[in-house]
Design a protein around this ligand. Structure first.
Ligand SMILES: Cc1cc2nc3c(=O)[nH]c(=O)nc-3n(C[C@H](O)[C@H](O)[C@H](O)COP(=O)(O)OP(=O)(O)OC[C@H]3O[C@@H](n4cnc5c(N)ncnc54)[C@H](O)[C@@H]3O)c2cc1C
Length: 448
């Protein structure tokens, strides 16, 4: 057993808007003393809280401590677009289709296990149903190329036996109020989350059940001590027999999977709460979620009062940042692009102000694998969600908890079978090359 020091802690650019629009966040309770526990979890996002819940199911009454660097839902959990997707959604492909029919069927079954796990937590903790809306999503197409992507994705889904429905331009207008889309592909299995609402309420439920959640408690060191691990935070210390690292890309900050993880930042903006006049001009359905037919295009989402206001969220632009820190200039550029993409879709609302713009960190591997395994004796990882962390983070969290408990399941079998993330090209080529590639893919996505 060795010592692992955190070389970096999360740095956020812009607010976690999904959390900012919800009232009543509980006051944080940082760790201020030395405690012992059976299990410690580092990170309080989808993976960390799912791991904690699964540990509690497997070991009722055991001591479980979650250490979160910031506040719950202040990281990527409060910065994503909230699509908890059941279907293959390979962001590196042209049309989301995955690696082949068998592996896609397996991934669909696993994603649906993640959704079922979250649904049970929603029922158990009486989480507001508006934060977990099983309404499906639409892949919008704004060009012939986009429409062709949707057609090939639809054919792939039909071959897999998955329900899908093609919407024409008129149906897209009736849904979104926008004339931008020429067609769309509706699939019913996605759950639309208010991601911060879900995560904060999940944390509250876990606390109710006796799990200690310490916010504002970044772990700076993990050191082996006999058969235990000692985790050091700013003001306290946890000694635990087993530890799960659920800190996504910051796994590398502790020295694991070095030069194998791609740290990508995505950017989004959210409008002000739309007034009656704007809503009248907008028309369309009160809530919807549109992913782009080209994975590098623009995601749009409309939410309602129960999710934090009548607002539209625009998500596009990506940068590869091995240093894990986006600059103000990067966020400013993305915010300008967001305003343009929003105006293209809703010209009648072009004057509407964006209340929030932000960046968020996600972690990909070149070969699309996660890191869910025992790293050293008693130290486990539930990381690298490949941009699909609402479902895959839930899965790797469940899986790491099971692995730490000696329990085998379809989830542990899937992730322990995966290869290691492949190595990245040497610096600085990786950064220059990847950012040029991302800009090219953004440009190629065009109107999408
Ligand atoms: C703009 C944007 C849009 C996205 N849209 C979607 C979407 O629609 N659907 C989807 O599935 N995914 C989406 N994602 C990706 C998704 O947000 C992530 O994959 C997901 O949050 C990963 O979950 P996680 O629990 O593994 O990691 P995180 O949510 O990043 O949680 C890890 C936690 O670890 C904490 N941490 C890090 N280091 C330490 C430390 N040393 N000590 C203590 N705590 C630490 C962090 O503070 C963080 O809270 C999007 C991401 C972004 C940025």
């Amino acid at each position: 057993m060795t010592t692992h020091k955190a070389r970096r802690l999360p740095v956020h650019r812009g607010p976690a808007a999904w959390s900012a629009i919800l009232p009543g966040q509980d006051a944080p309770e940082p760790l201020t003393e030395s405690v012992t526990a059976d299990f410690a979890v580092v990170g309080g996002g989808f993976a960390g809280l799912s791991a904690a819940r699964r540990l509690m199911e497997l070991h009722p009454g055991s001591g479980i401590v979650v250490l979160e660097a910031g506040l719950l839902a202040e990281g990527a959990a409060g910065r994503n677009s909230g699509f908890m997707i059941d279907l293959p959604h390979d962001l590196s492909s042209d049309d989301y289709a995955g690696q082949g029919a068998d592996s896609d069927r397996e991934m669909i079954a696993l994603n649906r296990k993640a959704i079922a796990f979250a649904r049970e937590a929603v029922a158990d903790y009486e989480i507001d149903p508006a934060y977990f809306d099983p309404c499906g999503k639409v892949n919008g197409a704004a060009s012939d190329a986009g429409h062709a992507h949707n057609e090939s994705y639809a054919a792939h889904l039909t071959r897999l036996g998955e329900t899908n429905e093609t919407l024409d331009g008129q149906a897209m207008h009736e849904l979104t109020g926008s004339r931008h889309y020429m067609s769309g592909l509706y699939t019913p299995g996605t759950v639309m989350l208010q991601p911060a609402g879900y995560i904060r309420a999940l944390g509250r439920g876990l606390k109710r059940d006796g799990i200690r959640i310490c916010e504002n408690s970044p772990v700076s060191e993990i050191a082996g001590s006999g058969t235990d691990w000692v985790l050091t935070t700013r003001q306290g210390r946890v000694t635990a027999g087993k530890v799960i690292l659920a800190n996504n890309g910051h796994l590398e900050s502790f020295g694991f999977a070095k030069r194998r993880l791609m740290h990508i930042f995505l950017y989004a903006s959210m409008t002000v709460d739309l007034d009656a006049g704007a809503l009248k001009k907008l028309g369309g359905a009160p809530r919807w979620g549109i992913t782009p037919s080209d994975p590098m295009g623009t995601t749009m989402r409309r939410i309602g009062t129960a999710q934090g206001g009548n607002r539209i969220i625009t998500r596009t632009c990506a940068t590869f940042l091995p240093g894990m820190e986006p600059s103000d200039a990067m966020l400013d550029r993305a915010a300008r692009v967001h305003r343009q993409k929003f105006a293209d879709r809703f010209p009648a609302l072009a004057g509407v102000r964006m209340e929030y713009s932000w960046a968020g960190h996600l972690c990909l591997s070149r070969n699309g694998v996660s890191v869910m395994r025992e790293l050293e004796s008693g130290l486990y990882a539930a990381c690298c969600q490949n941009g699909l962390g609402t479902a895959r983070g839930t899965l790797t969290g469940i899986g790491a908890a099971e692995l730490a408990s000696g329990v085998s399941s379809a989830i542990t079998a899937h992730f322990t079978r995966e290869a290691e993330p492949t190595k990245l090209p040497p610096k600085p080529f990786a950064e220059i090359g990847a950012n040029a590639y991302l800009r090219w893919k953004e440009w190629r996505a065009g109107k999408e």
